[in-house]
Every structure is written in structure tokens, then in C-alpha cells.
Design a protein around this ligand. Structure first.
Ligand code: AMP
Ligand code: MG
Length: 322
């Protein structure tokens, strides 16, 4: 199976969703509402989820979709304006959309993990999006627990020519590529297979509460890293590893996060992109991430993504420090 139809649809919808995010960013940057867990969400998160789910529901009506957002929040009377803004934004992408359809598309993302499913995060790194830093429109296809396709649209990701906006795409067995967000030739990408720790870069979240910096720095010292870790919001970190701009990404859970577990949509597309670029991804115990269980990586602890060559050595250092 070459996943040609899945690839064409995925490319089309993440590009459309990323354009919606860019429009919102230009018009109403910084406006966020708070979810029940106090994390921020914007018009763009909901709008992009509607666009992504509309495309998936139309092309693959039998595939469940597990997305981050849910439209229940928008029933609150005080969020009527936000609801209207979301509908207006989606109409710019899908002109015939009705308000009811927009809400139904957002809620199409409330599916459950099955034999074959899609998982998506309409904006991963919403905090980065609000700050004008990195964020990613993220989508992956999983079959029998194995990620088959992963795609990330990263509108703020730098390109060689000084412009911004990259799409990372990987299909199992077909390698990983990047291409300009506005369209163009795909270029193969590979991890940087260096293994001289003093010259290597680790990458981590910008948000200090999303991973344990103290433990991560201790790991760096044990490995003899010379440079301070790079920091980046969102799944774009996996793109940086896949393109050789960093050599490993650690997500060591903070004590207060223990038991909460990572979301499948925060990792699935990035994992296959790194793997197909020649790297390796496991949890902190060296176990493969298990995408067959539900919306959470409930059988795993943290994440280590690397160029592959150094993976075992980093795991050994993690074992000493965590
Ligand atoms: P990042 O951009 O790497 O900081 O990752 C953003 C993702 O972190 C969000 O999509 C959240 O699902 C997730 N997240 C939120 N709180 C935490 C936490 N305390 N620990 C780990 N991840 C978190
Ligand atoms: Mg996310």
C-alpha cells in the first residue's frame, strides 16, 4: 500500500488549516480563551480542527479521528462571539459551510482509537502560536498501532532561503521529506548522525513546566554536551531532529505531570518523521511508544527522540539521572 490518496488529502487539508491559522494570527493575534484545564485555545485551534475533520470525514468516512479540540466549550453564552469568529474563518476556507456543519466537523474529532484511525492536533504549541513562535498543524494515520503517515505544517519554521513555512511529511517505508508550505518540490531529509557528544545539540520545550529541565540538564552533563539545549515549541522539535538541526529531544515528565501521560496527537506525526529520516523514538525506558491504547500514551513514560546512533547512550544516561 503506498498511501497516495491519504497523502494527497493530508497535504491538502493541513495546508488549508495552516493558512487559516496564519489568517487568524494576522487578524486577531493573542486572543485566547481558557479550557477547563486552563490551557489556552484560540479561534484558529477550532477553525483548523473543523477544516481538517471536514476533509477527513469526506475522504475517509469510516476512519475515526481523535483530535485535541471539542466544541462543547463553545456552547457557553459568553463565547458566542468566538463561535461566530470560528464559523467566519472556516467559511473563508470552505465557503458553503453552515454554522451547524462547522460545529459537527469540530466534534468529528471526538472519535476513539480503532484498528485504523487518524489523530490530529489543529495547533500544537498554541502558546507558541500566541507568542509568534513555532507551532504545528499535526496529523497522523495509525493502523494496527503502527504510524503509517505523519505530516506537520509549521508556518514559522525557517527555510534555507530565509523564508518561513515548512511541511514535514513521512510515509512508512518511503522516507521523510520537507517542502515549502506554499507548495513546491519535496526534498529528502535525514538526521545528522554525529555521535561526538561535545558537538551535539539536545532540544526541549520552551515551556519550563512541560518537561523536567533539572533532570535534562543533568543528562547533558553526564553525556558531556558543551552547548546549552535548543528550545522550541510544538512538534516542530521532531522536524528539527529529522532535518539534523538537533540530535536528540528529551521529554522527561515533571513530578506533577506523572500519571497524566502524553497525548497521542502531540507525538505521532513527529515520531514517524524522525524514524523515516533515519532516527529513533522510544520512551525514557527504551520502550516503543504505544499508539494502540487510546488518546494517551498510557503505557509509556516520557519521550526520547534521537538521530538513532546515540540512542542507547542517551538512554543509559537517562537511567542514571531519572
Ligand atoms: P511543547 O510545545 O513541547 O511544550 O508541547 C506542547 C504540548 O504539551 C501541548 O500540546 C500539551 O498537550 C502538552 N502539555 C501540557 N502540559 C504539559 C505538562 N505539564 N507536561 C508535558 N506536556 C504538557
Ligand atoms: Mg498539542
Amino acid at each position: 500500500m503506498n498511501y497516495q490518496q491519504e497523502k494527497d488529502i493530508a497535504l491538502e487539508i493541513v495546508t488549508e488549516a495552516a493558512q487559516l491559522c496564519q489568517r487568524v494570527q494576522q487578524n486577531q493575534a493573542g486572543q485566547a480563551i481558557k479550557k477547563a484545564d486552563t490551557s489556552p485555545v484560540t479561534v484558529a485551534d477550532f477553525g483548523a480542527q473543523a477544516v481538517l475533520c471536514q476533509g477527513l470525514a469526506k475522504a475517509f468516512p469510516d476512519d475515526p479521528v481523535i483530535g485535541e479540540e471539542d466544541a462543547t466549550l463553545l456552547e457557553k453564552p459568553e463565547l458566542q462571539t468566538v463561535r461566530t469568529q470560528i464559523i467566519d474563518q472556516v467559511k473563508q476556507s470552505l465557503p458553503t459551510a453552515t454554522p451547524e456543519q462547522v460545529i459537527n466537523w469540530i466534534n468529528w474529532g471526538n472519535g476513539s482509537v480503532g484498528e485504523r484511525y487518524w489523530t490530529l492536533d489543529p495547533i500544537d504549541g498554541t502558546k507558541g502560536f500566541i507568542r509568534g513562535n513555532q507551532y504545528a498543524v499535526a496529523l497522523a494515520l495509525v493502523e494496527a498501532g503502527e504510524i503509517k503517515l505523519g505530516i506537520l505544517a509549521c508556518p514559522a519554521f525557517p527555510r534555507q532561503n530565509g523564508k518561513k513555512g515548512v511541511i514535514f511529511l513521512a510515509i512508512r517505508g518511503q522516507g521523510a521529506v520537507e517542502m515549502p508550505l506554499e507548495g513546491g518540490q519535496p526534498q529528502s531529509i535525514r538526521v545528522d548522525a554525529s555521535s561526538e557528544f561535545p558537538q551535539l545539540y539536545r532540544i526541549e520545550s520552551i515551556e519550563s513546566i512541560h518537561s523536567d529541565r533539572q533532570v535534562q540538564t543533568a543528562i547533558d552533563q553526564r553525556l558531556g554536551l558543551q552547548y546549552a539545549a535548543k528550545q522550541m515549541d510544538s512538534l516542530a522539535k521532531y522536524g528539527a531532529i529529522a532535518r539534523g538541526e538537533a540530535h536528540f529531544y528529551t521529554r522527561v515528565p515533571l513530578a506533577q505531570f506523572e500519571g497524566k501521560k502524553e497525548n497521542i496527537w502531540d507525538h505521532a506525526p513527529g515520531v514517524i518523521i524522525v524514524e523515516e529520516a533515519g532516527g529513533k523514538v522510544t520512551d525514557l525506558n527504551g520502550q516503543p511508544l504505544d499508539f494502540s491504547l487510546g488518546a494517551k500514551l498510557s503505557n509509556n513514560c516520557g519521550v526520547l527522540a534521537s538521530n538513532g546512533v546515540i540512542h542507547e547512550q542517551v538512554l543509559a544516561a537517562i537511567k542514571q539521572e531519572y
